[in-house]
Design a protein around this ligand. Sequence first.
Ligand code: AVJ
Length: 326
Amino acid sequence: MNVQLKQDCHFKNDGTDNFGSDVLKGLSAHPKKLPSKYFYDKTGDRLFQEIMAMPEYYLTNCELDIFQNKTEELAKAISNINESFDLIELGAGDAMKSSYLLKNLVEKGTNFTYMPIDISGNILSVLQENLKKKLPELEILPLEGEYFDMLDKATGISKRKKVVLFLGGNIGNMESEEARHFCNEVKRKLNAGDLFLVGFDLKKNPNTILAAYNDPAGITASFNLNLLTRINRELNADFKVENFQHYQNYDPVSGACRSFLVSLCDQEVHVGKHLFYFKKDEWIDMEISQKFSEQDIKKLAGDSGFHILVEIKDTKNWFVDSIWMV
Ligand code: AVJ
């Protein structure tokens, strides 16, 4: 089974997930939009793995570079907590990147419990099996469910200090207001001295960014179009996928990298008993992958009640793991 690098996939925001009502709400909005968190069905998971394997898609390799080659710096930042703690990972997946940090901490004899949170119980059991083999001394407590429900559970289980990881640049899939709200919620669940490590994709040459999301082979296009196929299958809809075209855009001023699906003709689409009209050239807002400047990150940390302890970048300076303290 190919579950490698799956950890970026399981992005969820809150405990109120409802595919059907979210889709109906999005298609009733002006302009129409669909939530990118629903990209990850079985086909979507596979397409995202193909994206991560593309030479243009640099994000995964950059963060892997940090976890593989700057492990000691990460561990040193975490050692600011000089007592036992829980290491909680939001959307842990197969823990490919974090396993380098876990190994370092275990070898140092650090007293901590790893609590991977994921909505996929299946991937969590794969993770547990792998880590048991690789790091038999690691204390691990997998938590299957939504981020905030499981964070509550974790804080209920133990009163120890907390280190929360949110990797992969997943924060970029939120609009800025949503990201602020998300960080605020994490902050509310933590105590003074706890840490929050967030992975951000940085602003860089606009052509480099656009290329990562606008691949000539059309994998990213398929990744977007697959959501229409999923809606057809799961919500009894009749999207004609060939009537929509992927359009990708990066605005270096705002740092927003956005994907759209453009309707190629006037058309009607049924979703269950609901009917939606698309004008030719009308678009659906699909996904934002926000890029950040150092200033943007500082502002987000400050606005949500954290201060930046240390920032660790990859060798190219394209990606940063920013470590915040309450
Ligand atoms: C999983 C959110 C990090 O936004 O870069 C990749 C998803 N979308 N190509 C990203 C994605 C199109 C990815 N994240």
